[in-house]
Design a protein around this ligand. Structure first.
Ligand code: 5GP
Length: 189
């Protein structure tokens, strides 16, 4: 998506360790008009997917998931992040290693809101190594629900997450796909 690529080129900052900082428009200060356009693009791509629910994980994916949910007229389920394993019976949980914070969290959703009947579209801000995606896919599998796609606003191809998700038979769609990035230099696919 041209609009997002331009925004990344103009305002994104590449940090050491393969991290792209997009705090100024995507996950600290939010460019709401841009995020609304991301939602519209996702809705066009998945209009006929039969999705019944959008799943994201707190916190950076929430705004994009809500924009897509509004356009697709779907509710958004936000997986919570917990450090402790002391979690109640009424939830599904999966471990996720955080690419940015280098810690393991458990992602958790209530069994009440993720049921076998759901066809789930996952939406997140970034796709890097695919750990977050695999954790969310595990929640969907545990519920006996079906994943109809995985959307990332920004994919960093070099970090290899796409193959893991596609290996599970799930379609991957990203709005900006970064082929390679170095400090001061970002190239898109
Ligand atoms: P993965 O699990 O695919 O390695 O990483 C995805 C998660 O890590 C996303 O939910 C996102 O919050 C975070 N993340 C991964 N790469 C980046 C990055 O370059 N910049 C930022 N801001 N977050 C990232």
């Amino acid at each position: 998506m041209k609009l997002l690529e331009e925004k990344i080129l103009n305002e994104g900052k590449v940090l050491e360790g393969g991290i792209l900082k997009v705090d100024g428009f995507l996950n600290h200060r939010l460019d709401v008009a841009l995020i609304s356009e991301l939602g519209a693009d996702i809705a066009r791509e998945f209009a006929t997917s039969g999705a019944t629910l959008i799943l994201t994980v707190e916190s950076s994916g929430i705004s994009i998931a809500c924009a897509a949910g509004e356009k697709l007229h779907l509710p958004v389920l936000v997986a919570k992040k917990h450090r402790s394993l002391n979690i109640s019976d009424g939830v599904y949980t999966a471990p996720v290693f955080s690419f940015t914070h280098k810690v393991e969290n458990n992602v958790v959703v209530s069994k009440e809101y993720l049921t076998a009947a759901e066809r789930v579209l996952i939406v997140d801000d970034f796709l890097a190594s695919g750990n977050a995606a695999l954790g969310l896919l595990s929640l969907i599998e545990q519920a006996g629900a079906k994943a109809v796609g995985f959307v990332a606003a920004i994919e960093k191809s070099e970090q290899g997450g796409r193959a893991l998700i596609e290996g599970k038979g799930v379609k991957v769609y990203s709005l900006a796909r970064i082929k390679e990035m170095r400090v001061g230099d970002i190239k898109f696919e």
